[in-house]
Design a binder for this molecule. Structure first.
Ligand code: HEC
Length: 205
C-alpha cells in the first residue's frame, strides 16, 4: 500500500492494493509505488522492468520521463498534489535507503518556496529531519519575498558541504544534479520548472 494520498500535512497509504503501472501514473497523475522508493530512477526504468518482469506494455514516454528521475520530474514539473507527496517521500527512510539520499536536499530546497503552504511545511520538515543544513530564519509561513532565496541558500550550503566531504555523494545517472558552480535556477532546474503543472489543487490540511 504505497503512500499515494496526501492529507493532514503528510503522505498516507492509499489502502488500495494494485499492481504498479506506469500507464496508470500517466493517466491519473498518481505516482507509482516503484518510483516512490526508487527516487533516483526514471519512469522509463520502471517501465522497462515492469515489461520484462510482468509483460506490461510500455506506454509512450516523453523525453522528461525517459531522462529525469521520476521524483525529480514530479517535484519540479508536477502538480501540487504530486509535489506534496514527493516532499514527504524525500524524507521517508525506506526510500532514502533505497536511493541514497545525499543528492536530495536541493530538491527539498526548491519546495521551500512552493506557492502552497502545505508543501513548504512538509518539505521543511523533511529537510530538517534528514539533513544538518541550517535553515536560518526560514518558516513555511514567512512572506514570499523572505523565502524566495531559500532554494539558493540550501543549494549553496549543500554544495559547500559536498565539496568538503571526503566521500562526495555518488550521483545515480538518472539524477541530473552534479555538484559544482552552476546556476541553480536557470541552467539546472529552470527548463523543467517551466513545464510545471500549475492547475489549482485543493490540499486538505
Ligand atoms: C519499499 C521500497 C521499494 C519498492 C516499493 C520497490 N523497491 Fe525495488 N528495491 C528496493 C530495495 C531496498 C532494493 C535493493 C537495493 C540494493 O540492494 O541496492 C531494490 C532493488 C531493486 C532492483 C535491483 C537493483 C537495481 O537498482 O537495479 C530493481 C530492478 C528494482 N528494485 C525494481 C523495482 C520495481 C520495478 C518496483 C515496482 C514494482 C520496485 N523495485 C519497488 C526497494 C523498493
Amino acid at each position: 500500500m504505497p503512500h499515494t494520498t496526501y492529507g493532514v500535512l503528510s503522505a498516507i497509504r492509499s489502502h488500495q492494493i494494485s499492481s504498479p503501472r506506469v500507464a496508470d501514473e500517466l493517466a491519473t497523475g498518481r505516482p507509482n509505488a516503484c518510483n516512490l522508493c526508487h527516487l533516483d530512477r526514471t519512469l522509463a526504468w520502471t517501465a522497462d522492468h515492469l515489461t520484462t518482469w510482468y509483460r506490461q506494455p510500455t506506454p509512450p514516454l516523453d523525453p522528461q520521463a525517459q531522462a529525469v528521475a521520476d521524483s525529480v520530474r514530479l517535484t519540479l514539473a508536477g502538480d501540487a498534489g504530486q509535489r506534496a507527496l514527493l516532499a514527504w517521500h524525500f524524507g521517508w527512510g525506506p526510500a532514502r535507503e533505497t536511493s541514497g539520499a545525499d543528492w536530495i536536499p536541493p530538491f527539498l530546497g526548491v519546495l521551500l518556496d512552493d506557492p502552497y503552504a502545505a508543501i513548504r511545511c512538509v518539505a521543511s520538515r523533511s529537510l530538517r529531519a534528514t539533513s544538518k543544513l541550517e535553515l536560518v530564519g526560514y518558516d513555511f509561513v514567512i512572506p514570499p519575498n523572505d523565502r524566495a532565496s531559500a532554494a539558493e541558500q540550501v543549494w549553496s550550503a549543500w554544495s559547500a558541504q559536498v565539496s568538503q566531504s571526503q566521500t562526495p555523494p555518488s550521483f545515480p545517472p538518472a539524477v541530473f544534479v552534479k555538484p559544482g558552480p552552476v546556476d541553480l535556477m536557470t541552467t539546472l532546474f529552470g527548463p523543467i520548472l517551466d513545464t510545471r503543472n500549475d492547475r489549482p489543487v485543493r490540499l486538505r490540511e
